[in-house]
Design a protein around this ligand. Structure first.
Ligand code: SAH
Length: 565
């Protein structure tokens, strides 16, 4: 088999990135845009020793889970990896993704997860849910300005004014910006040459207030005839804020450092309501937020209400508690918590976000929240050292909430959380792989996994949020178990899976290729007997590559899966 060969496959599984997985001639193939259950003809795009990549050439028999995507361009854009999969099946995929990561990476027993994990909270309508859109601006072949998205691995823009995940207002705004550019000969930015003016248009929409914000990102400091643009945009109902952001660097980062408000307020306002977590109906309790162009704000406000309500529910507050909210952004969760707690301390790395958090607290008349700028892994240990013997409430809070970015919590942060011994930890996560890794550390440090629930914030994509409750294990929670010593016998464990089986598993579950050398290194680390000289350096100073951490974790997960550790 080689590149460009055509093969017939049945898609029997899905990878974590939404790709279809099928076997041909004993070999595993990863096929982008194939749906679970499809029978397809595929063209091999890349061959590796034990697996390959392919793309759909023809669908011979479509899966019963295949649906017609609303966006014709979804395959070229790549933002919606699973738009062709029935939404119910998307939810099942996300539930399994979180469950699988907790078992494989977190090392939790499947029975435990199945007992405590509630079904994923889905969306009513998995389209038009995003409150923020950032469209790159370029030129078509005739030099006319266009908005759209970058075709994969290129600098050329595929024109589309209407992303189906965004609100319909995006299209109206883009049309006005493009027609202003055309009429006044305002050039779009060219990524290749670094010339031209208009780079991106950022749009935000307040779902509960219907307020609109437009921020035009430019390679310069001003727009010609800007009043003409303002006239056009202010004619759109709901317009509240227009600004210009200067970004003159040759970079992929969208926003530059300087933003100037040119009309209206430098922010829009939105509200997040508390839901009843039994049926997710909205209550009258709400928090208002000012959101500026740079602020981090959850992109799916409807699902965010459900997510935060669950987090608040898990925090189990009665009005007296001291709570830390780490990675607090503009204080979104902190201000929710503050309404039910005695005192809330928020920590966030971006100074502007903390400014917003303080303003948002004032906006809502909340005065029991205090915010600190800095890295959670630095602010928290510094407090711990400084206030060790003085402020017991702060040091031993009732609850710590964390909502880190995809890479999860820093080790030092987890370590300090364990020292602080809160009664409960609520972990909100946008990446269930790093979540599982961190939960393992916290559970080894004396916490018990009590509740897990995934919330779909990102319909049609493979991403999913999860909220977890951990609670401190009391000494009387310990249980006695009988150990069958035979099961601990290293030699029988050694027989459980071959190197090839471990390699296949790691490839399938983590998309990583690992060598026998690495497997033997990890086995040795885990105390599993490995043939005496197997892969040991031949001479004293032989330089043997050491298994990188990511691969070590994946191999350990495989060893767990095969019940070898
Ligand atoms: N809880 C907020 C924000 C969550 S996003 C909300 O729901 O709106 C994660 C946040 O963590 C971002 O605001 C990011 O700026 C911040 N962050 C990233 N690394 C951090 C670190 N090491 N310490 C503290 N905050 C960090």
């Amino acid at each position: 088999m080689q590149k460009n060969d055509i093969i017939e496959l049945k898609i029997e599984d899905m990878g974590v990135d939404g790709e279809g997985i099928g076997k041909y001639d004993g070999m595993t193939f990863f096929v982008k845009d194939a749906v679970l259950g499809d029978e397809i003809e595929a063209r091999i795009t890349k061959m590796k020793k034990n697996y390959g990549y392919a793309r759909v050439e023809q669908i011979l028999s479509p899966s019963k889970f295949r649906v017609t995507p609303q966006c014709e361009l979804h395959r070229r854009c790549g933002g919606c990896q699973i738009q062709a999969l029935d939404y119910e099946k998307q939810l099942e995929f996300k539930q399994n993704k979180v469950r699988g990561n907790l078992i494989r990476i977190g090392g939790f027993a499947p029975e435990l997860i199945d007992r405590i994990m509630l079904p994923v909270v889905g969306m009513k309508e998995p389209y038009r849910y995003r409150n923020k859109a950032q469209f790159p601006i370029g030129a078509d072949k005739d030099g006319n300005p266009v908005a759209g998205f970058y075709a994969a691995r290129t600098h050329s823009i595929i024109p589309v004014n209407d992303c189906k995940l965004g609100v319909e207002e995006n299209q109206i705004i883009l049309n006005e910006v493009l027609s202003y550019m055309k009429e006044y000969h305002v050039a779009s930015y060219d990524e290749n040459t670094g010339k031209g003016l208009v780079r991106h248009v950022l749009i935000r929409y307040g779902f509960s207030t219907k307020e609109l914000m437009v921020c035009v990102i430019i390679n310069g400091s001003s727009l010609p005839k800007v009043e003409k643009l303002i006239d056009r945009l202010t004619a759109i109902e709901g317009m509240k804020s227009i600004s210009i952001n200067q970004n003159t660097k040759k970079t992929n980062v969208i926003l530059g450092d300087v933003t100037k408000c040119i009309w209206g307020d430098p922010y829009i306002t939105d509200m997040i309501h508390l839901c009843d977590t039994k049926d997710f109906s909205l209550t009258d309790t709400a928090v208002a937020y000012h959101i500026s162009p740079q602020s981090f704000y959850q992109v799916n406000p409807v699902q965010t209400e459900k997510l935060y309500s669950l987090a608040l529910d898990y925090a189990g507050l009665t009005g007296k508690e001291t709570v830390w909210d780490l990675y607090c952004g503009i204080g979104t969760i902190s201000l929710f918590l503050a309404q039910k707690a005695g005192k809330v301390y928020g920590v966030e790395i971006i100074p502007q976000a903390i400014e917003d958090a303080k303003n948002n607290a004032a906006l809502n008349g909340i005065n029991n929240a205090e915010f600190f700028v800095g890295k959670a892994e630095e602010v928290l240990p510094a407090f711990y050292e400084k206030k060790k013997d003085t402020d017991a409430d702060m040091l031993h809070p009732d609850v710590i909430v964390v909502d880190p970015p995809r890479k999860g919590c820093d080790g030092v942060c987890l370590e300090t959380m364990l020292k602080m011994q809160p009664e409960r930890i609520v972990y909100v996560s946008c990446d269930s792989a790093t979540l599982a890794r961190d939960l393992k550390v916290l559970c080894e440090g004396g916490y018990e996994l009590c509740k897990v629930r995934a919330v779909d914030q990102f319909g049609n994509t493979t991403h999913v949020e999860t909220v977890v409750l951990l609670s401190q294990q009391k000494p009387d929670d310990t249980i006695e178990i009988d150990l069958d010593l035979d099961e601990l016998d290293a030699t029988s464990a050694e027989l459980k899976a071959t190197y090839q089986e471990i390699k296949d598993y790691v490839l399938k579950e983590f998309g990583l290729k690992v060598s026998s050398l690495y497997i033997s290194q990890v086995k040795r680390k885990c105390g599993i007997e490995v043939g005496e000289n197997y892969n040991l350096p031949k001479s004293e100073n032989a330089r043997v590559p050491q298994c990188p951490k990511e691969k070590e974790d994946a191999i350990k997960a495989a060893l767990k899966y095969f019940a070898m550790i």
